[in-house]
Design a protein around this ligand. Structure first.
Ligand code: PLP
Length: 437
């Protein structure tokens, strides 16, 4: 109920006057305040409702205010709200067990962090300690988080003002629509990208490389599902040169792609998996590293020189347990797969058929990108400022879209209803119909 509370303008001004915001110029910010939500819907303080197809930052995998997750957190609140990481805790053990149950064969332990960046930070730390090597290779088109090594491993522009960590090298991965390899097919793109990576490894000196760090499906960088054979090709290359493979499943994991882990659709077993976001639908800050037996046992008689005050926080653990159970009980991952295959794939393809501005549609599950172009022939990206205008227009039509660079990412919760997908497709269609570049 918004009738008795503050208005959007009041909350927005109060927030912007004292809260320092991420990735922004601080002057003139007018953040859209959200007052409440339920499922795929959120509302503001002026009583406007929005269909949330942003997942916020692609993390509300079970939607907003899921009653079972709220109940799980509330139950933990009544037992013990916080413990130091060195204690044992039943809820934390159960959270780790449920996560490991979804990992490939041969994974044995979970190190909990407070989010995705520190998950990658600690995976990199483990890889360096276990191999005794320093360099980390990652893709130019990637995002791995905003701390020390994670931001320097990141491939996008955000790395450049933050290059304090050392030992990071970047390479190009497969992305046929904007191929760096002059490829004409997925198979050619895959083979050439693997060749390029192997040459990079050889040129950098394999004995200096601890790990290759990859998002199983690059998310923020544009949702590029790797061609068949790419991830297994990287695995083979890692084996050839004694390099560890870290797969970042922070955004792609826990059902987003229509699989429990995005890597499940590819024939690949990494050494470390990082996660955050969808593991608990983002209700409490948490992330972590899923550790293979070999790496876990490397620390049996050796101190692991890393830790965090809130590693395995009981409220985070309770939110994970409740989310994991709700996902299984409600068939959320299966729903994401079905919605992707039966509704979003054809629905978004129909939009591209109708609207010239959509250069490519790609994705899987509830993880899709609309690549917007000024010209279909040259594939010139639509300017980010134009996309920002389109984003405002979509918000005005009652939907929160996820816009990044020249793209709109279509990223609803896993448990989105067919009716909500139909409504969203209609809103995108109206917005593209009204769109004038
Ligand atoms: N890795 C990937 C693939 C991500 O998408 C993100 C966040 O968007 C991160 C890591 C960093 O996670 P966090 O913002 O929780 O530190």
């Amino acid at each position: 109920d918004s009738s008795s509370g503050p208005s959007n303008a009041e909350v927005s001004a109060a927030d912007a006057s004292v809260v320092f915001h991420s990735w922004s110029k601080q002057g003139g910010l007018k953040p859209l305040p959200l007052a409440g939500g339920r499922g795929t819907t959120v509302w503001d303080h002026d009583g406007n409702h929005y269909l949330d197809f942003s997942g916020q930052l692609v993390f509300t995998n079970m939607g907003h205010q899921h009653p079972k997750i709220i109940a799980g957190i509330t139950e933990q609140l009544s037992k013990i709200t916080t413990v130091a990481p060195a204690h044992g805790n039943a809820t934390r053990a159960e959270a780790a067990r449920l996560i490991l149950q979804r990992a490939p064969e041969g994974f044995e332990k979970v190190f909990f962090t407070a989010g995705g960046a520190d998950a990658n930070e600690n995976a990199i730390r483990m890889a360096r300690l276990v191999t005794g090597r320093n360099k980390v290779l990652s893709r130019y088109r990637s995002y791995h988080g905003n701390t020390g090594s994670a931001i320097v491993a990141t491939g996008d522009w955000r790395r450049i003002p933050n290059e304090y960590a050392t030992g990071h090298v970047h390479f190009f991965g497969p992305f046929l629509y904007r191929s760096e390899f002059w490829a004409g097919s997925e198979a050619e793109e895959c083979a050439r990208a693997l060749h390029h990576l192997e040459r990079t490894v050889q040129a950098e000196g394999p004995e200096s490389i601890a790990a290759i760090l990859l998002e199983s499906v690059p998310g923020t960088a544009g949702i590029m599902v790797p061609p068949p054979g790419y991830l297994s090709g990287v695995r083979a290359l890692c084996d050839r040169y004694g390099i560890l493979l870290i797969l970042d499943e922070v955004m792609a994991g826990f059902g987003r792609t229509g699989e429990w882990f995005a890597l499940d659709a590819h024939d690949v077993r990494p050494d470390l998996i990082t996660f955050a976001k969808g593991v608990n639908s983002g209700y409490v800050p948490v992330g972590g590293v899923i550790i293979s037996s070999e790496i876990a046992h490397a620390f049996d008689d050796r101190i692991f020189p890393g830790g965090l005050t809130y590693s395995g926080h009981p409220l985070a653990a309770a939110s994970i347990v409740a989310t994991q159970k709700a996902m299984a009980e409600e068939g959320a991952v299966e729903n994401a797969k079905r919605v992707g295959r039966d509704l979003l794939a054809p629905g978004l393809a129909a939009l591209a058929e109708k609207h010239e501005v959509i250069g490519e549609v790609r994705g899987t599950g509830v993880f899709w990108a609309l690549e917007l172009v000024a010209d279909r022939g040259t594939r010139e990206p639509l300017p980010a400022a134009t996309v920002a205008g389109l984003k405002s227009d979509i918000i005005g039509r009652g939907m929160l879209p996820f816009a990044v660079d020249n793209r709109i990412h279509v990223v609803p919760p896993l448990n989105v209803s067919d009716d909500e997908v139909a409504q969203a497709l209609e809103i995108y269609d109206e917005a593209f119909t009204a769109f004038r570049p």
